[in-house]
Design a protein around this ligand. Structure first.
Ligand code: SAM
Length: 286
């Protein structure tokens, strides 16, 4: 049975508080109550959090916090948690999710402090709910690397997973990321969710290559989450010998022969031994 109590006198400790990802109306009453009780708010960017506090009519002391803040700053916060209410927020959404906080939680736990969370907005979860793609199993992959090879290697790690994949992206990188995802995963169904909870919220769905073409000459503005559906059950991409050679050459550029052959055979539903033999022939021309 849900409990609607808003704590009147919270215990000292660390409170991880999710904040809106675009619409200030999404701050929960409990989050507002705990912020009002805080002795100090550890914020990713105190200027951003100041706007939220002003919306709530609060004046609370803040200190900047990043996981790369020095050990002394973190230790000082953990020390304060013994007697005081320390609230952790990031600029938007759920702290620790592609945002600072993990080391603070780790150290607070190690010191035996009271640690609790006030869940709320998270762009990844909101985008999954908008996408219409399977939501029973998903992997949150954060931001893809920006360098081409590192991005392809990361995507290759996800290729065999039977799960929906979730990525944070930016407008200028979007089309290249969608193309790299299609190259590495096949032309799966996907969604681009943009500006969630804001005035121009939009969710565009379609196969990865269609989405890549749509955004190639028109990088969208605003904040973006890309959702990629799982590989279709027991189905494979269609590909003639030329297409398979091209896929093998691309895979051989950054993977050993056996791994490249395995991935391409799986992607096109071909015999692994035949594809391996073909990969051996092609490898010297890559
Ligand atoms: N901790 C945050 C959360 O819980 O969603 C995410 C922080 S991460 C540094 C910021 C990224 O989240 C943005 O670059 C974008 O990819 C995504 N994002 C945040 N707000 C969004 C929104 N309103 N609509 C779409 N994506 C958003």
């Amino acid at each position: 049975m849900p409990d609607s109590t808003i704590i009147k006198s919270p215990l000292p400790g660390l409170y991880i508080v999710a904040t809106p990802i675009g619409n200030l109306g999404d701050i929960s009453p409990r989050a507002a109550a705990v912020l009002a009780e805080a002795n100090v708010i550890a914020a990713e960017d105190t200027r951003v959090t100041a706007k939220l506090l002003s919306h709530l009519g609060l004046r609370i002391s803040m200190t900047p916090y990043h996981d790369h803040s020095d050990e002394r700053a973190r230790a000082a916060l953990v020390a304060r948690m013994e007697q005081e209410i320390v609230v952790l927020v990031s600029d938007a959404g759920t702290p620790l999710i592609s945002d600072p906080g993990y080391k603070l939680v780790r150290d607070a736990r190690a010191a035996g402090r009271h640690v609790t969370t006030l869940p709320g907005p998270c762009a990844a979860i909101a985008a999954i709910t908008l996408s219409g793609l399977p939501s029973d199993r998903f992997l949150f992959a954060g931001f893809l690397p920006s360098k081409v090879k590192a991005r392809a290697d990361t995507i290759a790690e996800f290729a065999a997973l039977r799960a929906t994949l979730v990525f944070y992206e930016s407008g200028p990188r979007l089309a290249a990321a969608l193309t790299a995802l299609a190259d590495g995963l096949g032309n799966r169904e996907a969604a681009v969710a943009r500006e969630i909870t804001k005035l121009y919220e939009q969710c565009v769905t379609g196969p990865l290559r269609d989405l890549a073409a749509r955004y190639a000459d028109a990088p969208p503005k605003g904040e973006i989450v890309v959702i990629v559906g799982p590989p279709p059950e027991d189905s494979h991409e269609e590909g003639d010998d030329e297409t398979i050679d091209a896929a093998l050459r691309a895979a051989l550029a950054d993977q050993p022969v056996a791994r490249a052959a395995k991935a391409v055979a799986k992607r096109f539903g071909r015999d692994r031994h035949n594809i391996y033999a073909r990969a051996l022939t092609l490898k010297d021309s890559v």
